[in-house]
Ligand binder design. Sequence first.
Ligand SMILES: O=P(O)(O)OC[C@H]1O[C@H](OP(=O)(O)OP(=O)(O)O)[C@H](O)[C@@H]1O
Ligand SMILES: Nc1ncnc2[nH]cnc12
Length: 153
Amino acid sequence: MFQDITTLLLDPKAFKDTVDLFVERYKGKDISVVAGIEARGFIFGPPIALEIGAKFVPLRKPKKLPGKVISEEYVLEYGRDCLEMHVGAVEPGERALVVDDLIATGGTLCAAMKLLERVGADVVECACVIELPDLKGRERLNGKPLYVLVESH
Ligand SMILES: O=P(O)(O)OC[C@H]1O[C@H](OP(=O)(O)OP(=O)(O)O)[C@H](O)[C@@H]1O
Ligand SMILES: Nc1ncnc2[nH]cnc12
């Protein structure tokens, strides 16, 4: 089933409560960068970053970022895609949180973590609103912790 977070966004209290749950978990954890995945990680990542005092780094689909980038290809349920990150946006040793709306097969979060680890960042955790546990994406994250608010079977 296609999970659509746009209905959540229509309810300001539900949207704020969602952001607040992540903020409560990550504030005071010395996270310096929130990396949000295009497109729907751009909805939840920035308000979390602002509240915990971290910078926001967009991980974008190919040929969208204007500067020099590093890229990671990944496999989706249907086809392939690629994520890119600006060189210099994240420094070695930074503590990063990866944010997206949903984990399905886990390929997207894996690619995001690889980008951050290639520049020497420490990925503290991945955070999503929804997990589709039947697709076992969590098992592809190489033991990296994943925090989700809702499991959808
Ligand atoms: O766990 P996975 O199997 O990798 O799938 C999860 C990804 O799929 C969706 O994005 P999508 O690829 O549809 O991109 P879009 O939001 O830019 O349309 C979703 O927002 C996640 O980023
Ligand atoms: N079932 C699903 N619902 C929404 N976005 C997705 N991305 C991959 N699988 C998805």
